[in-house]
Design a protein around this ligand. Structure first.
Ligand SMILES: *[C@@H]1O[C@H](CO)[C@@H](O)[C@H](O)[C@H]1NC(C)=O
Ligand SMILES: *[C@@H]1O[C@H](CO)[C@@H](O)[C@H](O)[C@H]1NC(C)=O
Length: 430
């Protein structure tokens, strides 16, 4: 900090009326301290406390808020300029998510430019509402800013996907200059977030690229399971720029591989069949993830590779967030090494694929492959246990269409249900 100008955030203790809010300020310091060093995150120098305040000493960003720049341009960014902004936001947020930190308050006010230069680096500055998110747990407190809040936050059950929604809102605003969900009152905004679809009909949307629209639409999907992750968003064709792009490791790959390994062999072969239908764009992201895991010369990775890859990017935040415990658990499972083909099957997110326009074709083609080398006669009881149905479900009523009567093998419907694996919510009430 030799002679450099710094910014000092002062958090008055008088406003911290409860032990919880003091804990919040300390958590912000812990998060900044662990994550500092990323190019798009404000440099953290020091923090201290006296009787009256908590002080956080940070790098000074002189370029002003992203919000001011949006307003000074009359509310609109060109696609190229919007890409540069979104790219930097995704870069820092993919890093946070890998560390198990969910930001919870992404909005243009919380990003500053380092300098006044047009091409200045953008920095995330405020982690006051951030929290640690264990990979297998959901958060439930409603925090954030109304215009940017994801529907599942309002339903009090969310994880890192909520940040992706907020990035979708920011991208929407950058590209068209207005908010996707708007009302005069806070409750009106919440109602719009929960019930309304953003408009892509008015100017300038018809003149923007279809890739830009696709990008924003996937992030503003109300079903959080269908949204892209930050690492996936960086691979989206709208943003993809092979020269400068280094795709980060994606923690969702770890969750999906764990679920795959714990699945029945029938579900595994269904996923393998579906993987044969992946497009070049979809494979691009998976190949990037596979190579980050460091396959051996013959192209295989073991579960130890998953651990080593994560440790290369670990910070103290990973300890706080439970990501390290999670990956220790995953890497201690017993399973053979995976080649790319099996890795791709393991890391397909069926929910995300369902959101694609071409989903039905994928499902049909996948089913054709499955018919050739995976389908076999199965008893209803066996299928029920494969699907993880509880004993209270009247399986013969529910499952009769999922098995073909002519030969006792899975029908297309049964195949699609099996792809989803355990999930009681996919089962209709009989
Ligand atoms: C890579 O792993 C596979 C599967 O365990 C093994 O058969 C192969 O010999 C390994 N290749 C190298 C170059 O270590
Ligand atoms: C993660 O690790 C890789 C490989 O060591 C490295 O190239 C990359 O810069 C790291 N990323 C971050 C954000 O630390």
């Amino acid at each position: 900090m030799k002679g450099e100008e710094v910014a000092i955030k002062v958090i008055p203790k008088a406003k911290m009326t409860t032990a919880i809010s003091i804990e919040d300020a300390r958590r912000e310091v812990r998060i900044l301290n662990s994550l500092t060093g990323h190019r798009n995150l404000v440099q953290f120098y020091d923090a201290y406390e006296d009787e009256d305040n908590v002080y956080i000493v940070m790098e000074l960003c002189k370029g002003g808020e992203l919000l001011e720049r949006i307003l000074s341009r009359g509310g609109k960014y060109s696609e190229e300029d919007a890409k540069a902004v979104i790219f930097q936001i995704l870069s820092v947020i993919s890093f946070c998510h890998l560390q198990g930190v969910v930001h919870r308050d992404l909005k243009p006010e919380n990003f500053l430019f380092l300098t006044k230069d047009e091409k200045s680096t953008l920095k995330a500055i405020d982690f006051g509402l951030s929290d640690f998110a264990k990979p297998d747990e959901r958060l439930n407190d409603i925090v954030g800013s109304a215009y940017y809040v994801a529907p599942e936050v309002l339903h009090r059950s969310y994880g890192t996907e909520a940040d992706m929604w907020s990035i979708g809102v920011i991208a929407y605003i950058l590209l068209c200059g207005s908010r996707p969900f708007w009302a005069r009152t806070e409750s009106g905004i919440f109602r719009a977030v929960l019930k309304e679809e953003p408009s892509f009909d008015e100017a300038p949307w018809p003149s923007l690229s279809s890739q830009a629209k696709d990008f924003v639409k996937i992030l503003l999907n109300k079903d959080f399971r269908k949204r892209m992750t930050a690492a996936q968003a960086l691979c989206h064709p709208w943003l993809r720029n092979p020269e400068e792009l280094k795709i980060p490791l994606d923690i969702v790959v770890y969750k999906l591989v764990k679920a795959y390994i714990c699945s029945s062999s029938l579900r595994k072969s269904a996923l393998r069949a579906l993987a044969k239908t992946l497009t070049v764009d979809q494979l691009y992201y998976l190949q990037e993830q596979f190579s980050l895991l460091g396959p051996n010369k013959s192209g295989y990775i073991s579960l130890q590779n998953f651990k080593m890859a994560l440790l290369r990017n670990s910070t103290d935040a990973m300890k706080d967030s439970g990501i390290l415990d999670f990956v220790n658990m995953v890497s201690s499972l017993q399973y053979r090494k995976l080649d790319f083909e099996e890795f791709a099957a393991a890391t397909i997110s069926v929910h995300q694929m369902e959101a694609l326009d071409a989903w039905e074709q994928h499902a049909r083609h996948g089913y054709e492959f499955f018919e050739k080398d995976g389908n076999r006669p199965i008893r209803i009881e066996e299928l029920a246990s494969d699907l993880g149905l509880s004993p209270s479900v009247p399986v013969h009523v529910v499952l009769q269409d999922w098995i073909r009567h002519s030969d006792g093998k899975l029908s297309l419907l049964g195949f699609v249900k099996l792809l989803h694996g355990f999930s009681s919510r996919t089962i209709p009430k009989a």
